[in-house]
Design a protein around this ligand. Structure first.
Ligand code: TGC
Ligand code: FAD
Length: 388
């Protein structure tokens, strides 16, 4: 007989609380009704409807694991489950939520002044204001310590000059969290849309993460008051602490992308007939399905374990690196296998698999490449830094 729930073979569901299951079910229904019917079109057109931000805000998903300032204050595990369901829809939707909540809002929540928190967080939680997070530059990706964007003091003001690249939500953002070198170390600045000298340019012709806005930020002598600087962050630890949060969401998210690919492969293989039988009846296809199910379940269990560690205050950055490295690679394997199960149909946007597969090629690169995370784990295992 078929497993009771082939998408939750190991009954991970039984390890969730009622509240966690409720949140998961709400997000799953939103993705089923609002995202899945249209996301192929968004991906093809290369963007997202902006109203989605308000809808995600109404659901309480923006900065949902933060406390106060209009944020839902859920557990890290509940936030992870939401990321899983969102990314089962598309990595671009999870990216929007990650950048808003775990990068831009988290940066303000963790490192901002009371005034900055009051000004931005309630509106960002409601989806009335969008944020982005500018760390990467054209010549500074894996090595953010080499950033050139520079902020100099001029009397009470700061003046920013530089360029940020590959910034999710960039041209949508009402506020950009921009990281810059200063004579006092790396510091973060809140740059509101429309500030003189601050412009954005969208990046087109992407073959991956198409249902997402990706932009360049240009800062040409942007003058900001002293109150625009995040007072708590004084080194690279500032932005890297935000990355831990977003990477944690990705650990969960990609388990959702993988689950969606498994689901498509299961559906397809039980209905597609060749040589007089559903292709699911051939041993080679069953082996692929079994391997996919194993990876989906293993990735989900790893996510849940990291979630419980985070909720009990024991999650370390190198734990997150292991989760991101392992789960993204697993999801890529699942998506590649599923794509083959679907044959020629697997390359189209009529099915979700190729979309997930190409998205995951971004996910394995952003928020620390697979190589970066392997080196973080290697460093933790050996005590030897192999980055330089
Ligand atoms: P290193 O010398 O090791 O450290 C510099 C300072 O940072 C501290 N630190 C951390 N703090 C918190 N969390 C972490 N994970 C941290 N890792 C390091 C460290 O203690 C030190 O603090 P302090 O106070 O002593 O100065 O730094 P390094 O220059 O050797 O670089 C380390 C490395 C390579 C691991 C790091 O730079 C790295 O992670 N590189 C990858 C860059 C990256 O992930 N960029 C992502 C950009 S944002 C993005 O991609 C968003 S996409 C989101 C979406 O659309 O979903
Ligand atoms: P590089 O750092 O140049 O790496 C190129 C290759 O060299 C990689 O394979 C890498 O693993 C390898 N490599 C680098 N250093 C080492 C080393 N020491 N040892 C071994 N191998 C090494 N950034 C933001 O700041 N904010 C965002 O919102 C954001 N959104 C993004 C959205 C999309 C769609 C994409 C594609 C990227 C986004 N990024 C964002 C940028 C992303 O974080 C970077 O692409 C990523 O950090 C890698 O940097 P890079 O592309 O410059 O590659």
């Amino acid at each position: 007989p078929a497993a009771t729930d082939p998408l939750d073979f190991l009954s991970v569901d039984t390890m969730l609380s009622d509240e966690e299951r409720d949140i998961r079910d709400t997000v799953r229904a939103f993705v089923r009704d609002r995202v899945v019917p249209e996301v192929g079109e968004w991906f093809e057109q290369g963007g997202l409807p902006r109203e989605l931000v308000g809808e995600l805000g109404k659901l309480g998903l923006l900065g949902m694991h933060l406390e106060g300032y209009g944020c839902a204050g859920t557990s890290a595990t509940a936030y992870g489950l939401a990321c899983l369901e969102l990314e089962a829809g598309d990595s671009g939707i999870r990216s929007l939520v990650s950048v808003q909540g775990s990068l831009a809002m988290f940066a303000i929540h963790r490192w901002g002044s009371e005034e900055q928190k009051q000004e931005w967080l309630p509106r960002m939680a409601a989806g009335e204001a969008v944020g982005c997070f500018g760390l990467t530059e054209p010549d500074s990706g894996s090595d953010p310590g080499s950033m050139r964007t520079y902020a100099r003091r001029d009397g009470e003001d700061w003046v920013l000059r530089g360029q940020k690249m590959w910034i999710t939500n960039g041209s949508w953002a009402d506020v950009a969290v921009v990281w810059a070198r200063t004579d006092e170390g790396v510091r973060g600045f809140l740059v509101p849309k429309g500030t003189k000298g601050f412009t954005t340019r969208d990046i087109h012709r992407k073959m991956s993460l198409r249902a997402s806005v990706t932009s360049e930020l240009i800062l040409d002598e942007v003058r900001l008051p002293a109150s625009a600087m995040l007072p708590g962050a004084t080194s690279l630890r500032g932005p890297l602490s935000c990355l831990n949060e977003a990477r944690y969401g990705i650990v969960w998210g990609v388990a959702g992308a993988a689950r969606a690919c498994l689901e498509a492969a299961l559906d397809y293989s039980t209905t597609r007939v060749q040589f007089g039988k559903p292709i699911a009846a051939f041993q080679i296809q069953q082996q692929k399905l079994a391997t996919m199910a194993l990876e989906v379940n293993r990735a989900t269990l790893l996510s849940l374990h990291l979630g419980r560690l985070k909720d009990s205050g024991r999650l370390r950055p190198d734990h997150v690196s292991m989760g991101k490295l392992g789960n993204v690679n697993a999801a890529l394997d699942v998506a590649r296998n599923a794509r083959q199960v679907l044959g020629a149909n697997g390359i189209t946007l009529e099915y979700p698999v190729m979309r997930h597969l190409t998205n995951l090629e971004t996910v394995v690169t952003y928020e620390g490449t697979a190589d970066v995370h392997a080196l973080v784990i290697g460093g933790a295992l050996t005590g030897i830094d192999a980055f330089r």
